[in-house]
Design a protein around this ligand. Sequence first.
Ligand SMILES: NC(=O)c1ccc[n+]([C@@H]2O[C@H](COP(=O)([O-])OP(=O)(O)OC[C@H]3O[C@@H](n4cnc5c(N)ncnc54)[C@H](OP(=O)(O)O)[C@@H]3O)[C@@H](O)[C@H]2O)c1
Length: 255
Amino acid sequence: MNTATRTALITGASSGIGKELAFVFARNNYDLVLVARRKERLEEIKETIKKEQSISIEIIEMDLANIDSAEKLYDEVAGRNINVLINNAGFGIYGDMNNIDIKSEEKMLILNIITLTILTRLFAKNMISNKQGNIVNIASTAAFQAVPGMASYAASKAYVLNFSEAIAYELKKFNIIVTTICPGATQTEFADVANINSKVFNSAPTAKELAEFTFREMQKGKITSIHGVTNSIMTFASRFSPRKINTSIAARMMK
Ligand SMILES: NC(=O)c1ccc[n+]([C@@H]2O[C@H](COP(=O)([O-])OP(=O)(O)OC[C@H]3O[C@@H](n4cnc5c(N)ncnc54)[C@H](OP(=O)(O)O)[C@@H]3O)[C@@H](O)[C@H]2O)c1
């Protein structure tokens, strides 16, 4: 496949997995559209890539947690042929339902669910016309069970997983591959943003490992990919135990 003129749009490219995805796609000769709120971070990433790669990089500073964000972003890149859409931007909030800020929770649900869904719909239309495209949605191992302490975050990722697997089936006939990546704990800014104080993140895989894994799985045409052997085993094993037990194990792990 000639990747010289392919373009990847990455949401949440200013840190963590999204930032490393920008480097991986750049190394593989993709032109890039990088989206996040922190423009200066995106500029730094662009500068770093430009030292090594002569690809085109467009930066879009945008808050994707507004109800009309997806349409705005789509309009901003109108006319560009986006071959790969990566819905990576997302965040979590740690705390019992009664204790978390309701406005932050609303923003999280808009970003993790609404923006991801509408971006997928809008860009898929062009991909259908082109009879070609990749959509990569970043879910989580939290998608596979209820997680007390992160109830709505985990539920938002269950949505991402189920939505993505369903449309992977629908879009296959148009030669569009939808790949859902399920990272476990990964060393990024995620834990700080979510206010999680857990040692698990210190020894967790790096964002670079996740980004390289994501690229490989996309290229293989995978539908659902869980990162890491332990995560894969735990996810598989949870199919055979009662949901109530899975919930209490998840609750203990969050403590
Ligand atoms: N790290 C983990 O343990 C883990 C595990 C499972 C799944 N995930 C998922 O992996 C994805 C990437 O997260 P990460 O771990 O790389 O965390 P991260 O380092 O905090 O990166 C999150 C990215 O999302 C962007 N973002 C957040 N809110 C946004 C908004 N309102 N508008 C636009 N962009 C926004 C951030 O950019 P700005 O702040 O500059 O806007 C940042 O670039 C998320 O979907 C997360 O749920 C992470």
